[in-house]
Structure formats: structure tokens, C-alpha cells
Design a protein around this ligand. Structure first.
Ligand code: CUA
Length: 316
């Protein structure tokens, strides 16, 4: 209905129609009440106007029924808005389990995308049609905000943190990507395109080039180069914790607290290892703050993710 209107974005993700339904409901509600109130003002001004110079209005002393009615109806309406918005919000923030994960790094003033198969893109992101895609996002410098109107997708990209957001493209095409957080002089130039391709086209595109191999293999090489492997050994004989099978598990810390080994925890443990030390280990790991880039961190994280738990070896 709106596709020919340049003022209204395409609807190209599974979430778009749900967001639009809520949006149009709010617009409709606003129009209805604006007209109702304006109409009543005009009607009452005419109907109850002063007709003779000695007119005195009748005194009224409250009306319980009226009070209750005009409190209860708005309460009901706002509750409908609340429950409806919350359900859309939860659907948007909880990705399904089987997503295609893509890392995003924002930087003054460009978008860098890193596919797990190794492809890297700048200001252009290729995704397959119909597959839920999860973006794991961070920034190298200041706060940016990824915004794809056609997907009704928008989230802050924050330095020192990973934010997740997901979408499921439903129409092939090229869609605008904006930065929606003022981030400096060339903020308005921090734009790009999301290219949604049919699954076979996407496979062709994927096979087109990843000269350095997968992201995890880049991480594996870095793991050797930085000599991480001298302490983090799979046989539990090293001076650092075993990383095999670690990702997603709960880690018991020295302090007795527990933490989930997610992207953020692994990132922190590389940059500031002393912040949250695993129970039973000494805080002897050197800090890598300033020594590894955001992209190298992503490779290391992906390598740790790829390490499967080894079968328990009995030592006696
Ligand atoms: Cu990045 Cu605005």
C-alpha cells in the first residue's frame, strides 16, 4: 500500500509488519482523540455559549460515574499499548537459536562487517533471504547506531560492549543502512547498504572470496602468535583455564561469584584479565588492552567459541 510513497520505508523483514501495525494503531488512536477533543471543544463552545448578558451557568458538583469512566478508559488503552509494545519488543530482542551470526564494528565513519566464514565488508552487508541474522555489534571509538528502516531495525553500537540485534529478511533487494547516533563530523556519511540475496546467489557470493580462511582460523593463528596457547592448554596442565567447551558455560570466579562465558566476558578477560579471574587460577595473565584491535578480538572470540569440549581424560 505504501511502497510507492517515498516517505514510508519498504517492509522487508519479518518484524516490519508487526512494528507497522503498532505504529498505525498509535497514529489512529492519536487522530481519533485529537478529532474527538477538538470537536467537543467547538461543539460545547457553540452549544453552551452565553446567550443573554444576565446568563449564569448551572453549578455542578462532581460526577462519580464520569470520573471513573474517564480514568478507566485511558488506563485500559495504555495497558493495551503497553502489552502490545512489550510483545513486539521481546520478539525483537530475543533472537532464535539458529541465527546466522555476523560481527559489526562501527568506526568513525564506516561500518565494518565480519562474516564467520572470513569475508569482510565495509559499508555493505550481504545476507541470505529468509534466514534469521544476528548482528553482534561493537564500536572502536564512540557510540554509533545501526539503523535499517526497511527492517525496522535500530540499535546502539557501543564501545567496550557487544550489543545483539536480529532480523529476518523477507524480500530480496538493497536497503539503506544509516548511522542514527551523531558521532562526529562525517556522521551523515556513515551510511551503507544491506544486500538481501536469494540463498543460491548468497552461496555464490560467499564462495567468491575469503582469502584468509574463516574467522575462527584467523583467531587460531592469532592465539598462537600471541602465545596464548602456552598457558591455555587443552590438557588442563597449563597456567590458564582450559578454553575447550568454555563458551556459554557458567564460570566460577575467585570471588565466589559466577559469570556466563559470553562474548563480553571473553573480551574482558583478554583486555583486562585481572577483572574477573576464574577460581583456582592466579591473576598472572598480561593485559592485552591496546595490543589487540576490535577485529582481532572478534577473531579470538570466534576461535574460543569454536573450541569444542574434549572428552574427559582420566588421569590417575
Ligand atoms: Cu556513526 Cu553517527
Amino acid at each position: 500500500m505504501w511502497s510507492g510513497t517515498p516517505l514510508f520505508p519498504d517492509r522487508a523483514s519479518a518484524m516490519a509488519s508487526r512494528v507497522d501495525a503498532l505504529y498505525f494503531f498509535l497514529v489512529g488512536l492519536t487522530i481519533f482523540f485529537s478529532l474527538l477533543i477538538a470537536g467537543l471543544i467547538v461543539y460545547c463552545a457553540v452549544r453552551f455559549r452565553r446567550r443573554r448578558s444576565d446568563d449564569v451557568g448551572a453549578a455542578t458538583h462532581g460526577g462519580m460515574l464520569l470520573e471513573v469512566t474517564w480514568s478507566a478508559i485511558p488506563l485500559l488503552i495504555t495497558m493495551v499499548i503497553f502489552v502490545w509494545s512489550a510483545s513486539v519488543f521481546f520478539a525483537m530482542t530475543r533472537p532464535p537459536d539458529d541465527t546466522l551470526n555476523i560481527y559489526v564494528v562501527g568506526k568513525q565513519w564506516m561500518w565494518k562487517f565480519q562474516h564467520l566464514d572470513g569475508q569482510r565488508e565495509i559499508n555493505e552487508l550481504h545476507v541470505p533471504l529468509g534466514r534469521p541474522v544476528k548482528l553482534i555489534m561493537t564500536s572502536e571509538d564512540v557510540i554509533h547506531d545501526v539503523f535499517v528502516p526497511a527492517f525496522r531495525l535500530k540499535a546502539d553500537v557501543i564501545p567496550g560492549r557487544y550489543t545483539n540485534i536480529w532480523f529476518q529478511p523477507t524480500r530480496p533487494g538493497r536497503y539503506h543502512l544509516f548511522c542514527a547516533e551523531y558521532c562526529g563530523t562525517r556522521h551523515s556519511g556513515m551510511i551503507g547498504e544491506v544486500v538481501v540475496m536469494g540463498p543460491t546467489d548468497y552461496q555464490t557470493w560467499l564462495s567468491g572470496g575469503a582469502p584468509e580462511g574463516s574467522l575462527a582460523s584467523t583467531g587460531a593463528k592469532l592465539f598462537q602468535d600471541l602465545a596464548c596457547n602456552t598457558c591455555h592448554r587443552p590438557d588442563a596442565q597449563g597456567r590458564g583455564p582450559v578454553l575447550e567447551g568454555l563458551f556459554g558455560k557458567t564460570v566460577q570466579l575467585q570471588t565466589g561469584e559466577t559469570v556466563t562465558a559470553d562474548e563480553a566476558y571473553i573480551r574482558e578477560s583478554i583486555l583486562m584479565p585481572a577483572a574477573r579471574v576464574t577460581g583456582g587460577f592466579q591473576p598472572i595473565m598480561p593485559a592485552f588492552q591496546g595490543l589487540v584491535s576490535e577485529e582481532q578480538l572478534l577473531a579470538l572470540i570466534e576461535y574460543v567459541k569454536s573450541l569444542q569440549a574434549l572428552p574427559q581424560v582420566q588421569t590417575r
